[in-house]
Design a protein. Structure first.
Length: 551
């Protein structure tokens, strides 16, 4: 007989009071509630076992009160199956008297254990809501919330540079699911994660990202040991020796440094490196290349901020003077875009190619034209004689039937005489574009606006282009000049012939990229009398250019 003389009802009443007390003190350990039962029911050992209902795997076993009785004891067993796929089993051993419970005692114990179970479950819920915030319910390893918190903590402590981050993807895991079944695959996952985590310290992290992907945060000196596992390991998933699979994984690796400022950047970096590894036939591991992601970020920035930059005039117009080589007087200027980001001047090479992928470039060109016309209007109204200013127009405009009408509308709105604008166009290799270019240049000419071929000599169909399209100006690309002292006879001869051909065709010829006195000499010898380049001026902000204009 395991219970003392008090009536069952009396004991339940006292027990309920104790139970509510145990709960109100916010017991950390689920089992604190149990303590109140023992004196009243006289039980000895109590075991609570939580098992995964699907696989029978024991998740947790707690033993309360060890008993020292020599005889073999027969516990009362009660199992509750109702909680989140987890079975909870209680085993209650009698502390005194017979080594087994009588039927009447067992019925009473049943009530008692149901109460205990309810109390326990309530606390388990609290525990789980904390546990599953940071753990993956399937593998019970940590999840990405945990990973994010560790990253942020190490960034804050300035220890992040001690770590390497990895994104890991198990190879062919989908096929493995088909081959050995999802239950066995789950076992493989858990074992694999245990293996990864096994050789690491407390502060290192192995978190489940999704399905068969993990994120790791490890000490730099542990990278080799982790890569050794990723190259391939055998994992046993069943009781038989043959129940073994070889698991290998691809990884994206990022050697962290002190400038890393947030978790999102780390995730983006390792994911992009992992993608490189996954898309490569030869590479199993890819290291994050800062420049790749930086350029992706830059692209995103320019695309998303473009409208705002136009509105707030963060894109500014610089003017680069064009100079006569006869008297070194100012004869014109080229308008060039500069994007001001955080007070820094970003040159067009960084953003023009991105804008050129969409019609944003057309918006930019009209924005430049508008600013140029506004400036010219202001110069004229202040009695300053303007010079001809050239504006670059992208080839993307060629599909716009109304282009010339729209250009003229801007000029007229600011009352700028048409001869003060020059439109710079680059060469084209596409036939359809060629026809469009030809009619565009004709139409501009009909409206008193001159056009120039920009970067002449860098494209292809140069000769038919200048034969068939009535360009007024030929701009020889800076690559023709090179180092004037080092030029070969062949290059000198090419410059000479390009210049004389332009003059035979009745075109004006200007050379860009003039950087030295030698360049000036070379051009003059060949009778090219217009130049643009650093030797005279760099592209200048509007106020500085106005100083030059005023002489
Ligand atoms: P581009 O039209 O050929 O402009 C001349 C480029 O040569 C300018 O580069 C100018 O700064 C540079 N340059 C001038 N003198 C020298 C020199 O002596 N030496 C060297 N090495 N370079 C010199 P920038 O301003 O960087 O512009 C690059 C290109 O971006 C321009 O080439 C043009 O094609 C394009 N671009 C600039 N602004 C606009 C725009 O508003 N619209 C369009 N569609 N394109 C633009
Ligand atoms: Mg140009
Ligand atoms: Mg050019």
């Amino acid at each position: 007989m395991g219970m003392d003389e008090k009536s069952f009802e009396e004991r339940m009443l006292e027990c309920g009071t104790m139970l509510s007390m145990a709960q109100t003190v916010d017991a950390q350990e689920n089992w604190d509630a149990v303590a109140c039962f023992q004196p009243f029911f006289g039980f000895g050992r109590l075991v609570m076992r939580r098992t995964d209902a699907a696989h029978g795997q024991v998740l947790r076993e707690l033993v309360y009160y060890e008993d020292e009785r020599e005889v073999e004891l027969h516990p009362f067993e009660f199992t509750s199956k109702e909680y989140h796929g987890v079975d909870v089993t209680y085993l209650v051993y009698p502390a005194v008297g017979e080594p087994f419970w009588t039927g009447a005692e067992a019925r009473k114990l049943m009530f008692c254990l149901m109460m205990l179970h309810q109390a326990n479950e309530r606390q388990e819920l609290v525990h789980d809501s904390i546990f599953y915030r940071y753990h993956d319910p399937q593998t019970h390893h940590t999840n990405m919330n945990f990973y994010a918190d560790r990253c942020d903590e190490y960034i804050k402590n300035h220890t992040i540079a001690d770590y390497t981050a990895l994104a890991v993807n198990l190879s062919n895991f989908t096929n493995l699911n088909l081959k050995i079944g999802s239950g066995n695959c789950d076992t493989v996952l858990v074992k694999y994660m245990n293996l990864l985590k096994g050789g690491l310290d407390e502060d290192e992290v192995v978190s489940r990202y999704s399905g068969d992907q993990f994120a790791l945060l490890i000490h730099k000196e542990h990278l080799d040991q982790i890569l050794e596992i990723l190259r391939g390991v055998n994992i046993q998933y069943g009781p038989d020796k043959q129940d073994v699979v070889l698991i290998s994984a691809e990884a994206g690796i990022y050697n962290l440094h002190n400038e890393v400022s947030n978790y999102h950047h780390i995730i983006q970096a390792i994911s992009s490196a992992l993608n490189t590894a996954k898309n490569s036939i030869q590479l199993q591991f890819a290291y994050y290349d800062r420049s790749t992601v930086d350029s992706a970020l830059r692209r995103k920035y320019f695309e998303s901020q473009f409208e705002k930059a136009l509105k707030h005039e963060d894109i500014q117009i610089y003017f680069q003077p064009k100079v006569s080589l006869k008297d070194y007087e100012l004869i014109g200027a080229e308008a060039l875009s500069r994007w001001i980001v955080d007070g820094k001047v970003v040159p067009p090479d960084s953003f023009i190619p991105i804008l050129e992928e969409t019609s944003r470039i057309c918006q930019l060109d009209f924005y430049v034209l508008e600013h140029v016309c506004r400036s010219m209007h202001s110069w004229i109204s202040h009695g300053v004689k303007p010079v001809k200013v050239s504006v670059n127009f992208s080839r993307r405009h060629l599909s716009n039937q109304n282009l010339v009408r729209e250009i003229v509308a801007v000029l007229d709105r600011y009352e700028v005489p048409h001869q003060y604008l020059e439109v710079e166009l680059t060469e084209t290799t596409i036939d359809a574009d060629f026809e469009a270019l030809k009619s565009l240049v004709y139409e501009l000419r009909e409206n008193g606006i001159e056009a120039s071929v920009d970067d002449f000599g860098t494209g292809y169909s140069s000769l038919s282009l200048i034969r068939d399209v009535p360009f007024k100006v030929l701009k020889i690309d800076k690559s023709f000049l090179g180092d004037a002292n080092m030029q070969s006879a062949r290059e000198r001869s090419m410059i000479k012939h390009v210049i004389s051909m332009a003059s035979d065709l009745g075109m004006d010829c200007i050379c860009e990229g003039v950087e030295s006195m030698e360049h000036v000499q070379l051009l003059k010898e060949n009778k090219c009398y217009m130049a643009q380049g650093y030797f005279f001026n760099r592209p200048l902000p509007q106020d500085e250019f106005e100083q030059v204009l005023l002489g």
